[in-house]
Design a binder for this molecule. Structure first.
Ligand SMILES: Nc1nc2c(c(=O)[nH]1)N[C@H]1C(S)=C(S)[C@@H](COP(=O)(O)OP(=O)(O)OC[C@H]3O[C@@H](n4cnc5c(=O)[nH]c(N)nc54)[C@H](O)[C@@H]3O)O[C@H]1N2
Ligand SMILES: Nc1nc2c(c(=O)[nH]1)N[C@H]1C(S)=C(S)[C@@H](COP(=O)(O)OP(=O)(O)OC[C@H]3O[C@@H](n4cnc5c(=O)[nH]c(N)nc54)[C@H](O)[C@@H]3O)O[C@H]1N2
Ligand SMILES: [Mo]
Length: 772
């Protein structure tokens, strides 16, 4: 045993760190020296890398290996471990067979998921690269994060850049904003995370500076927990999914009291008249006044009116969390907030206007020069086929059926083979019992995974992938000021291989290795990705250090930006000279393009449209609690769930479910009880955690507990996606409606079934001789 500890810089979606290695094992992690607020999640890495749930060898589902059959046994069957050569031959033959018999539109390679932070070894990108180079596949458009916003915003503001990161800088907010109204709040648990990894967790520092500058903050949310102490915010409780009504109530107040900015509306907006008609009730006889809004959202009319007046009287920023648009009709609160900001007339002024995602991800509003982040390109999909990201189950269950999406009609393809690497649909998708039925339809399912996740154990061929610390990579987020070197710290665990190399070998078997690799290996790719950023640096008159210097030092810091970024500053100054990329070139309060679609579920102006499930729905008589499935504080989605530090936060051995003490008392539920959450889609168990910081009638259960169904009637571990609804936000965006779900909760009587989520499936070593 040697005593020496070696140190390797690395990066995860939850932050940059140095891995400490002794005797070939990761024994600890130290945060990146320049991180102001490192996330404790980095300390789970040693347990995760050396987890008993690592997949040691390529594994093939027993019934599939025997006779390519019994798809209904996915999730039940055991696995036969095979050598790499056997596994790669099986994958190659299946891809060839399906391509030859059915073409690329029978292969589903959307592979949605966050994968790992490094850009070269990003599993989803590599899956696309491999399948595109091999002839194409069916892909997924959009994402679960801001799926409704991505397709709505271009119609109304000409871009969706404000959800990818380009919002008014925090510098401008601290300097100028006097009132911040945060719909959905700014929960700091979410700012631990940045897609592509954060060098610096900047959000807590910005909140502290804003508070010091005397900014008033108002958080509108079903839970006080969304108002961080660092902000000393006032809390306005609101019924879930009703923000659009509250925004209309505020807008009506501005109009009725003549507090709207006529000059801004005339210069910069299109369709004010039609929107005003709706607000004043000229068409339907119902003014959308504060009293009307109160009946829907539960916020007192006086509060709505006072907030509207305050907003008109001060430099005000309206910020919406991404969660607002992850519910049914999620287009409406986003359009509603843009329209309300337009009435206030401060769009394009320092610290004013609208913004998204301040509490959704690290680095939203973090000042950063407009330089590219490192990127690995997937190339072009020659099949040109894709479905809206969250229509996964519909596609599998309804081949040949039409669907509508953003003004066009598509036809669901007939999928024979599913290829997934870097995502966990049995985490991320809604109505998992319905997905289970759909999952039995394809002939073959292939998954790469480091761990025996719920998706891995529902695949036919499972290929073990390395984790970040077992390979070299480069990372950095478009919201952060660091480029980070990621150096291999330990040898691959078990027989795992890099996703990059698995696909390289398969591409070689398919005769397209060069198209896939472009002749580069790991280190030449990393250099290439780095050098691709150099022209942009030079154009900005900046010097990107030599690659070797970067690799040696472990990071490069981007300089601070020359000036504050203010969203739509130039457009405001000169709307004709800097038009938006909308139909009218202006901000659209009424959209002719959307009107042409003729969708009754997304009318051409912001509106209140009752979601399928909310506390005001008829269904609430039977299912009286609104389930909010927020992001988990102690992991990223389903990642890190098996780590002992994460499991220590469970209640009664399951995911915690937050209940108001009065809602709990009515049901005879006490703190720490096992409870059953149920509706007509399914049921799951959870551990009761009582909290008075909740609106009554709302229960909160974070996502991410590894899916552990006893059968389709009971999930044992606390995965709330057995309860959520699997319908698109509207025909326009077809985004996920995860945050619109009604449930009932009851105390579990007697012994609760044991959780089996962290037991790997039965594994049988390959029988001597050839398998088959
Ligand atoms: N009810 C409800 N559901 C939701 C949401 C919600 O708010 N409510 N939020 C949605 C949102 S916004 C999102 S983004 C999705 C997230 O959904 P996902 O992105 O699917 O969730 P993750 O758990 O991050 O899945 C990533 C998977 O990649 C694997 N992985 C990590 N590194 C590697 C690697 O190097 N190679 C390979 N092959 N695999 C790797 C991990 O083990 C993990 O299984 O969930 C969505 N689901
Ligand atoms: N720790 C951690 N952080 C994460 C992630 C993670 O898995 N773990 N995932 C990351 C990803 S992929 C994404 S996309 C972002 C998601 O970012 P968000 O979508 O903003 O995150 P959520 O936690 O789903 O929701 C934020 C808050 O919105 C409130 N809320 C829910 N519904 C409503 C509503 O109808 N009205 C109002 N006013 N409030 C509502 C909830 O109380 C919740 O706490 O988070 C990122 N950050
Ligand atoms: Mo997300």
């Amino acid at each position: 045993m040697s005593e020496a500890i070696s140190r390797y810089p690395s990066l995860s979606h939850w932050g940059a760190y140095t891995a400490l290695v002794r005797d070939g094992r990761v024994i600890g992690c130290e945060p990146f020296a320049h991180d102001q607020a490192p996330s404790p999640l980095i300390h789970t890495m040693p347990d995760m890398v050396h987890s008993p749930l690592r997949i040691a060898r390529p594994s093939v589902r027993a019934s599939w290996l025997r006779h390519r059959g019994a798809p209904e046994l996915r999730g039940v069957d055991g696995y036969v471990e095979v050598d790499w050569d056997t596994a790669l031959a099986l994958v190659h033959d299946e891809l060839q067979r399906v391509r030859a018999q059915h073409g690329p539109s029978a292969i589903f390679g959307g592979s949605y998921g966050w994968s790992s932070a490094g850009r070269l070894h990003h599993a989803r990108t590599l899956t696309h690269r491999f399948l595109y180079a091999g002839g194409g596949c069916v892909d997924q458009s959009g994402n679960y994060s801001w799926g409704a916003a991505q397709f709505l915003l271009p119609h109304i503001i000409g871009t969706y850049a404000p959800v990818t990161g380009r919002i008014t800088d925090w510098n401008s907010v601290v300097g100028h904003t006097r009132l911040l109204i945060a719909f959905g709040g700014i929960p700091l648990r979410n700012t631990q995370i940045a897609s592509g990894g954060a060098g610096d967790h900047s959000a807590p520092g910005w909140l502290a500076r804003a508070r010091q500058a005397g900014m008033r903050a108002v958080v509108v949310s079903p839970t006080r927990a969304d108002a961080p102490a660092a902000l000393a915010a006032e809390w306005i409780p609101i019924r879930p999914n009703t923000d659009a009504a509250m925004m209309l109530g505020m807008a009506h107040t501005l109009l009725a009291e003549d507090r709207h900015d006529r000059d801004f509306l005339a210069r910069c907006c299109n369709g004010f008249e039609q929107y005003a008609d709706y607000l004043l009730g000229r068409a339907d006889g119902q003014p959308k006044d504060a009293a009307w809004a109160e009946r829907i959202c539960g916020v007192p009319a006086d509060t709505i009116r006072a907030l509207a007046r305050d907003a008109a009287g001060a430099r005000t920023l309206l910020s919406c969390s991404w969660s607002l648009q992850r519910g049914h009709r999620g287009e409406q609160p986003y359009w509603g907030s843009v329209a309300l900001a337009a009435l206030l007339g401060q769009i394009g002024l320092p610290g004013g206007g609208f913004a998204f995602g301040h509490g959704s991800m690290n680095g939203a509003g973090n000042p950063r020069p407009d330089l590219p982040a490192p990127e690995m390109r997937a190339g072009r999909n020659p099949a040109g086929a894709s479905i809206p990201v969250a229509r996964l189950t519909d596609m599998l269950l309804q081949p040949g059926e039409p669907y509508e999406f953003n003004g066009r009609t598509g036809i669901y393809p007939d999928i024979r083979l599913v290829y997934w690497a870097g995502g966990n649909p049995f985490h991320h998708h809604q109505d998992l019992n319905r997905l289970m039925r759909a999952w039995a339809r394809p002939e073959t399912i292939i998954v790469h995974e480091p761990w025996w996740t719920p998706t891995a154990r529902r695949a036919d061929i499972v290929l073990p992938a390395t984790t970040t610390l077992e390979r070299n990579d480069i990372g950095g987020s478009s919201r952060d000021r660091y480029l980070l070197a990621m150096r291999q710290a330990v040898a691959p665990v078990g027989r795992s291989r890099n996703d990059f190399d698995i696909y390289r070998e398969l591409a070689a078997r398919g005769g397209f290795e060069l198209a896939y690799t472009e002749g580069r290996d790991e280190m030449t790719w990393i250099r290439h990705i780095y050098e691709q950023m150099r022209p942009a640096w030079e154009a900005a008159q900046l010097t990107l250090p030599a690659f070797d210097e970067f690799w040696e030092r472990g990071h490069v810091a981007l300089p601070p930006p020359a000036r504050d970024f203010v969203l739509f500053e130039q457009f405001r100054e000169d709307p004709a000279g800097h038009p938006l990329k909308t139909r009218s070139g202006r901000l659209e309060l009424h959209s002719a393009a959307i009107a042409e679609f003729g969708y009754d579920d997304c009318p051409p102006h912001p509106a209140w449209l009752p979601p399928v499930e909310w506390l005001g729905a008829e269904r609430a008589a039977r299912w009286p609690l609104h389930l909010v499935t927020c992001q988990p504080a102690d992991r990223l989605h389903s990642q890190l769930d098996p780590a002992p530090a994460t499991r220590a936060n469970q209640v009664a051995g399951r995911e915690a479910v937050l209940l108001h003490p009065d809602d709990a008392a009515e049901r005879g539920i006490a703190q720490g009880d096992v409870v059953r959450l149920f509706n007509d889609r399914g049921a799951c168990l959870g551990g009761a955690q009582l909290s008075a910081d909740l609106l009554r009638g709302v229960v909160v259960m974070p996502t991410g507990a590894w899916f552990d169904p006893q059968d389709d009637a009971l999930e044992r571990h606390g995965n709330p996606n057995v309860l959520t609804v699997d319908v698109g936000t509207s025909r326009l965006a077809q985004g996920p409606s995860a945050l619109s779900a009604l449930v009932q909760v009851e105390r579990w009587q007697g012994d609760a079934p044991a959780v089996r989520a962290f037991e790997p499936p039965a594994l049988q070593p390959e029988a001597s001789g050839a398998p088959r």
